[in-house]
Write a protein that binds this ligand. Structure first.
Ligand SMILES: Cc1ncc(COP(=O)(O)O)c(C=O)c1O
Length: 394
């Protein structure tokens, strides 16, 4: 007996990153920490900005009565207001604190939103390559994941998305900048997606949400301005996190933002707040809500990530790897020199280089490299990439 069949099966299917983590531990024990180049995890080594430490210290040195107690399940009004003000300035959309629910990161934001929206058998479109956890989040709440590939540049394939929409489609999850491809969807594509969904809703007499998962919104390169979804589609819900922009993945702090233009917004927000509680999150961590209130609009030094991207892209391209240069996030998603991406990832382990096969992101034939790492690790991995390129005839 033991654990449920469902969980056992899910663990077997979705264990790539965990498996690489375990291989990393065993290789490090065998060869030593500095001889293993683990590019498999999206756990940033960049420290949070100085403003974070200053604000944390200020709060700890000036405690206020009740600052660690239970609070309304949506979070502190002052924090929600700060998030709403920042979103208003970035999107031009008139957000108020009622549109915001503070959450335990983007993962909680996604689960809370999906359980609030889905009835059993409802479909959620996800675009490959995708963050592998989406499949489990959707299944957690009895939804059905419908996978639609992006195009060869990892951009939206509108015709493919349109033909995947059915009367059961309840939402489409988009993630820009994308994990693992680094693609950023331009405004024209988002506008076209919005127009198509408006049309489909009319045709099918249904309601379809865009769930825009934006933890990498501020990790964007080459002086681009982030293309916002809200102005293009009324039924938009943004899932966000400070895991990447403030370098706080362990602190579990993020939010849900509902478009003020959505017709049934009051009921939706009541549902989200109820599910934040009933899923057992109860509320986002109190101390972090106090801290991030003062840090809206601030982010880690993105130029450092851009430098790492440029370094790896040029080195790997020179070796013969084929890749689309990412415009954001901190991953590369090159083509695997072997058709079997898992076999290639395994071959790289011969030189103590750890990456993740594309099948973990719904896109076999590729592999993911994470570069939110120290330069020493990126530089150390180059020899393995070069030897593999040679071995597999690039
Ligand atoms: C695309 C994407 N969405 C969501 C998450 C989860 O973020 P959080 O740690 O805030 O839950 C991640 C984390 O890596 C991610 O890459």
């Amino acid at each position: 007996m033991g654990i449920s069949k469902y969980v056992r099966q899910s663990m077997d299917e979705g264990g790539w990153i965990r498996r690489m983590f375990e291989i990393g531990i065993s290789l490090k024990a065998q060869y030593g920490e500095d001889k293993v180049f683990d590019l498999s995890l999206g756990n940033p080594v960049v420290e949070p900005p100085e403003e974070f430490n200053r604000e944390l210290q200020r709060l700890v040195n000036n405690p206020t009565k009740g600052m660690h107690r239970y609070m309304p399940n949506a979070g502190y009004s002052e924090t929600r207001q700060a998030v709403a003000d920042n979103l208003k300035s970035e999107t031009g959309v008139d957000f108020s604190l009622e549109d915001i629910v503070m959450t335990c990161g983007a993962a909680a934001a996604a689960n809370v939103t999906l359980i609030t929206l889905l009835d059993p058998g409802d479909e959620v479109i996800i675009l490959s390559p995708f963050f592998g956890e989406y499949v489990f989040y959707i299944r957690n709440h009895n939804g059905v994941a419908v996978i639609v590939p992006t195009d060869e540049k990892f951009q939206l394939d509108l015709a493919a998305i349109e033909s995947a929409v059915t009367p059961r489609t309840r939402a489409i999850i988009i993630n820009s900048p994308n994990n693992p491809s680094g693609a950023v969807y331009p405004s024209e594509q988002l506008a076209a997606l919005g127009d198509m969904l408006v049309q489909k809703q009319k045709e099918l007499n249904s309601e379809i949400f865009i769930l825009s998962d934006e933890p990498y919104r501020r990790i964007i390169y080459d002086d681009q301005v982030y293309p916002q979804v809200f102005p293009h589609y009324e039924n938009t819900i943004v899932l966000n996190s400070h895991a990447k922009d403030l370098g706080l993945p362990g602190e579990r702090i993020g939010h849900i933002a509902v478009s003020p233009a959505y017709a049934n917004r009051k009921e939706l927000l009541d549902g989200l707040i109820f599910c934040n509680r009933s899923l057992g999150f109860v509320n986002a961590p109190a101390l972090m809500q106090h801290v991030v209130r003062a840090l809206q609009g601030i982010s880690v030094d993105v130029s450092d990530y851009q430098r790492k991207r440029d370094f790896l892209c040029s080195q790997l391209t020179e070796m013969g790897y084929s890749l689309v240069k990412p415009q954001g996030a901190f991953y590369l998603f090159p083509k695997s020199p072997l058709e079997d991406d898992a076999a290639f990832v395994e071959a790289l382990q011969e030189w103590n280089v750890l990456t993740v096969p594309g099948k973990g992101f719904g896109t076999p034939g590729h592999f993911r490299i994470s570069y939110c790492l120290e330069d020493r690790v990126l530089e150390g991995a180059l020899e393995g990439f070069a030897r593999a390129a040679e071995k597999f005839g690039l």
